[in-house]
Design a protein around this ligand. Structure first.
Ligand code: HEM
Ligand code: HEM
Ligand SMILES: [Fe+2]
Length: 479
């Protein structure tokens, strides 16, 4: 069924490969949501699937699928923009790139099956190699880790050598340098120590330095490319913004890492470092928000002055990029800032407040723009000049955004209750945890999270159908 997202029409094999990555990404997104719904239900009915498909497994697959679908969509986005930015239709070793795609996809399938079928067992050296490496978000066993490194090296070689041979735009220069850091950081999550503080110390290098440094810069390059494609935004302006954003993102995000070193046994000077630099992190997110709105306003104003109608050449992509600018600021910037000072974090640490921020930030900063890139891919695959949003595109945009926002609000309320009752009033002990979990504010919040999760899922179904049909429909209308 998914083959109806065309790839054959592309003359560029790089763009064909991009669509292959997008297809797997969207399937994994669906799987992620289903797992979330199961885990959410288990908050309400702890015995649901107990011993068959435990909360720990549902949660693990939920967040690993999240990371993997986003990485797939990111690789897809790079392959999509590569020919446009470098002027080279056929990257350096695209055949090998396709092979790498199949190897990676087969490995992902095996890892997920092992997660599902081998749910419990002893923690031995062999479990790390073959079953589960046990680091939240990056649980793939070591054989898969090594395989991922090989696949990523092939991907990177394709991007790097094509870049070296072709035109060197600012967007592509940032992309190539940033991808090097992004891929290199993965290695920090690959070795094991018995010391839990040390393990966490390095694990955060992957998680934090991904989502608050390298992935954010990645999004900056995507937004730059997308604004040029969707609005004909001026490259010089877009790239000028990009350089400023890169400077600010790395300037605050790298030492902002300290906000995860408050309570894990690392030296206390991290309190000040983490507080200061992570508090600066929302600043570049404001810049990114202003950037998108500024370019949109400018291009639209120009078109209107010349009586040329809408500047937007891809309605759904533009909507998702705008939600990205806003969602990144809200989920990462505002919700992140709320709990980033040690004085606050001592109460909120590891509560449902963290989960609220995690949902809103991953969605706002990444899911949105990656969905936008998929719509750009479809527009290009069908050679459509102006891709207008359909009813389904709009339903997807509304329901998914409303659903995730709703979940985040519900979880924030649950977190607030935990802070007041479990942490402040009852002193954060074992019993306090359960007392707080059983009070009505918490329970009702979890009910609303599940309802809003269902809303999100319905939105996803619209999204899936839209992605499968919009290209054909609009191409037929244009003909
Ligand atoms: C798009 C960017 C971001 C994403 C995707 C993201 C995601 C997450 C996630 C998933 C967690 C939970 C990690 C865990 O499982 O323990 C987390 C924790 C945290 N985030 Fe973010 N975040 C982002 C940006 C930010 C920013 C900009 C700030 C601060 C201004 C921030 C502050 C924090 C803090 C303080 C924690 C630790 C919470 C705790 O102690 O429980 N985050 N983030
Ligand atoms: C159908 C909708 C969804 C439901 C019902 C759902 C449910 C859940 C549940 C129950 C957990 C475990 C929370 C805990 O351990 O306290 C979780 C964790 C998480 N989910 Fe979702 N989720 C959904 C969609 C999403 C989406 C769209 C994203 C991001 C794009 C996302 C990102 C995350 C993250 C990052 C975590 C880990 C949070 C942390 O450790 O603090 N989820 N989700
Ligand atoms: Fe962080």
């Amino acid at each position: 069924m998914l083959s109806s997202i065309k790839t054959a029409q592309f003359t560029s094999p790089s763009k064909q490969l991009a669509m292959m990555y997008f297809r797997v990404a969207i399937v994994l997104f669906g799987a992620q949501l289903l797992m979330g719904l199961i885990a959410g239900l288990q908050f309400l009915y702890p015995s649901f699937l107990y011993g068959i498909f435990d909360f720990s497994v549902a949660r693990m697959v939920h967040i690993n699928a999240l990371v993997v679908w986003m990485l797939y969509a990111m690789i897809g986005s790079v392959y999509l923009m590569l020919p446009d930015e470098t002027g080279i239709e056929k990257p350096f070793a695209i055949g090998l790139g396709k092979l790498a795609f199949w190897v990676l996809t087969a490995a992902v399938a095996v890892v997920v099956l092992v997660f599902i079928f081998v749910q419990v067992g002893p923690g031995k050296e062999s479990s790390i190699w073959f079953i589960n490496e046990g680091r939240e978000y990056l649980e793939a066993p070591r054989w898969a880790d090594i395989g991922i490194v090989v696949v990523v090296l092939i991907f990177y070689a394709n991007v790097f050598f094509t870049y070296m041979k072709g035109e060197k735009t600012g967007i592509m220069t940032v992309m190539v340098a940033n991808l090097f850091a992004l891929a290199g950081l993965y290695l920090c999550g690959m070795f094991f120590t018995d010391n839990i503080s040390m393990d966490q110390y390095w694990w955060w290098w992957v998680i934090h330095l991904w989502v608050e440094a390298t992935w954010e810069v990645f999004v900056g390059t995507l937004a730059a490319y997308a604004l040029i494609k969707i609005l004909d935004a001026k490259r010089e302006i877009v790239e000028m913004w990009l350089w400023i954003e890169v400077l600010m993102l790395f300037g605050s995000g790298i030492l902002g890492l300290g906000h995860h070193y408050f309570w894990i046994g690392t030296p206390e000077y991290w309190w000040e470092i983490g507080a200061l630099f992570s508090a600066l992190e929302p600043v570049p997110l404001v810049a990114m928000f202003v950037h998108v709105l500024y370019d949109w306003g400018k291009e639209q104003g120009h078109k209107e002055a010349h009586g040329e109608g809408s500047a937007i050449k891809n309605g759904p992509a533009m909507a998702w990029v705008t939600i990205n600018a806003f969602g990144n600021f809200l989920g990462a910037g505002i919700w992140g800032f709320f709990h980033t000072l040690p004085q606050v974090n001592i109460y909120t640490h590891g509560s449902q407040f963290t989960a609220a921020h995690g949902h809103l930030a991953f969605f706002g900063a990444y899911a949105t723009i990656l969905i936008g890139m998929m719509y750009l891919g479809i527009q290009q695959a069908y050679g459509i000049k102006k891709l207008k949003a359909t009813f389904k595109s709009k339903m997807a945009i509304f329901l998914i955004t409303f659903g995730v926002l709703g979940m985040a609000v519900a979880l924030t309320i649950a977190g607030y209750e935990q802070v007041l009752v479990e942490r402040a009033e009852l002193g954060a002990g074992w019993q306090a945890f359960f007392t707080a979990q059983n009070l009505p504010w918490y329970v009702q919040a979890q009910i609303w999270r599940e309802i809003m999760g269902l809303v999100t899922f319905v939105g996803f179904v619209y999204l899936l159908i839209d992605l499968l049909t919009i290209g054909k429909k609009e191409a037929a209308q244009a003909a």
